[in-house]
Design a protein around this ligand. Structure first.
Ligand SMILES: Cc1cc2nc3c(=O)[nH]c(=O)nc-3n(C[C@H](O)[C@H](O)[C@H](O)COP(=O)(O)OP(=O)(O)OC[C@H]3O[C@@H](n4cnc5c(N)ncnc54)[C@H](O)[C@@H]3O)c2cc1C
Length: 455
């Protein structure tokens, strides 16, 4: 295994800087056991890292050990309805391999560079199809891991359903996962449509979209008080044939959206001009998506985006909070007011559209954000900067006050009080189980220590 001392390493976009005492890249289970049991060579906390695409700072403490799992990335076994891979295999690589075999993942997220182990233990999502889940970890039916005491453990849905529920929101606190088995299905063509509408119309039509069997995702334009709704549905009557439709959308997220937003920001010192620039940008975006990203027969795999490792300034950053369906539309209204008021007070406006996902009730993971019922999320997005970070702290208060649930790896700047309020009793169960699984806090870093303090 490769071992480096006293390195400085950044998350994918440079938001977070880590200075681990040891950065180690294991290539085998034996390496992982050596790391876990070698407390002098590999100082605590030991934190596994995937692609480091989480928007919260959660890949370890300065002075500890960061375990880069990306070298353990083989695909081990294709089954009829499952695939088994090593922890560091990325979603896009496995998705492409599934495609060659006439298979696909149940959930096709936008991001493709993330690793399967991170997806297994830190919820990653896309809008839910009726009858399915939206959180990828819910389709994980087995993991193998090295526990904090160095023991190799196999945990499966069939043998250990309660433990699987913990593992699906374990964030590397219960052991380092080296193998993941996830359910897959036969490839089915995906139809997609986009519709632009005001908030009242969205509220009225949302139950209809659901009744019609659509998976509902949406872009929110808070300053224009509009949404662009993306509707997806399986279309088993045709063969998939279109990749391109998604390629256009993906290019927007990966590059052109952030690049245009930054260009507008640089060129327009005047607030009114900047607002006009944004309005034009987003109007063209909406029209483009409505007219171009529409087809009855897209490849589901083509939705997945390969984000560059070093995006330079063209970064797409976001945060996320989910709300119960019954209160969502009022909160969406409040959110638009919140963004407008925040701009009036501080001059700051998010330079990319917010997004959101409709996610069905899901109790597969203990810290699921749709535990009590279906949720819809509001995920502000931006090209980043200090003002964005200040905005997110206030946004966290806004959401927490309205009963929202965050995602511990995708909602930066959370406080322990907000996490406690969101997860209540489940956080206490999680904290107790963690303490039992890792009695000497080998894997516990300051991020989780702080968030679990009041649990
Ligand atoms: C541009 C961009 C787009 C995104 N799009 C989406 C999207 O469409 N949908 C969505 O849901 N999310 C999205 N995300 C968020 C991202 O998918 C998640 O944060 C994901 O968990 C990151 O995976 P990773 O491999 O980078 O893991 P990391 O960020 O490196 O780690 C995440 C957590 O998993 C733990 N972990 C990693 N490997 C292991 C292991 N082997 N064993 C145990 N624990 C481990 C880490 O310790 C950490 O707690 C996006 C992020 C970015 C930056």
């Amino acid at each position: 295994m490769d071992i480096k001392q006293d390195v400085t390493i950044q998350s994918w976009d440079g938001t977070w800087t880590y200075r681990p005492k040891v950065l180690v890249t294991p290539t085998s289970v034996e390496d992982l056991i050596e790391i876990m049991t070698g407390e002098v060579r590999f100082p605590s906390p030991v934190r596994p890292a995937g692609s480091m695409h989480s928007t919260a700072r959660m890949n370890g403490d300065d002075g500890g050990t960061m375990v880069d799992m990306k070298a353990m990335n083989r695909i081990l076994l294709f089954g009829e309805e499952t695939v088994t891979v090593e922890a560091g295999a990325t979603y896009i690589v496995v998705s492409n391999a599934l495609k060659e075999r006439g298979l696909q993942f149940h959930v096709t997220t936008e991001i493709g560079n993330v690793t399967l182990a991170a997806m297994a233990c830190a919820a990653t999502k896309d809008s839910s199809f009726p009858g399915g889940y939206g959180q990828i970890s819910s389709y994980v039916i087995g993991v193998r891991l090295v526990a904090p005491d160095g023991e190799v453990r196999t945990i499966t849905e069939r043998e250990n359903p309660d433990e699987m529920q913990l593992i699906r929101s374990s964030y590397g606190l219960f052991g380092i996962i080296f193998e993941v088995t996830i359910k897959v299905r036969r490839t089915t063509a995906l139809s997609v449509r986009h519709y632009s509408m005001g908030l009242p119309e969205f509220r009225k039509r949302f139950p209809v979209f659901k009744a019609q069997g659509y998976a509902v995702m949406y872009y929110i334009f808070p300053y224009a008080r509009r949404v662009l709704v993306e509707l997806r549905k399986d279309n088993p009557d045709v063969e998939p044939k279109s990749r391109r439709r998604w390629t256009y959308r993906n290019r927007f997220w990966r590059k052109y959206g952030p690049a245009i937003a930054l260009w507008i920001r640089r060129r327009t010192a005047n607030r009114t001009l900047r607002s006009l620039g944004d309005q034009l940008h987003f109007f063209i975006l909406r029209q483009g998506l409505i007219r171009v990203v529409r087809s009855d027969a897209t490849w589901p795999h083509a939705q997945i985006i390969n984000y560059p490792r070093d995006p330079g300034r063209n970064r797409y950053l976001f945060s996320m909070w989910a709300f119960r369906e019954a209160s969502f539309f009022k909160i969406l209204d409040d959110y638009c007011d919140f963004c407008a008021d925040y701009e009036k007070e501080t001059g700051y406006r998010c330079d990319l559209p917010s997004v959101g996902y409709s996610i069905v009730q899901d109790r597969q993971a203990l810290l699921s954000y749709s535990w009590d019922g279906g949720t819809l999320s509001i995920d502000p997005a931006s090209t980043g900067g200090k003002e964005w970070e200040a905005f997110l702290r206030v946004y966290n208060d806004f959401c927490s006050a309205r009963g929202g649930a965050p995602l511990l790896n995708q909602t930066p700047f959370l406080t322990s009080a907000q996490v406690k309020k969101a997860f209540g009793e489940r956080l206490a169960i999680f904290a107790d189980a963690r303490a039992l699984a890792d009695r000497h806090d080998r894997l516990l870093d300051s991020y989780f220590r702080e968030l679990l303090t009041d649990a």
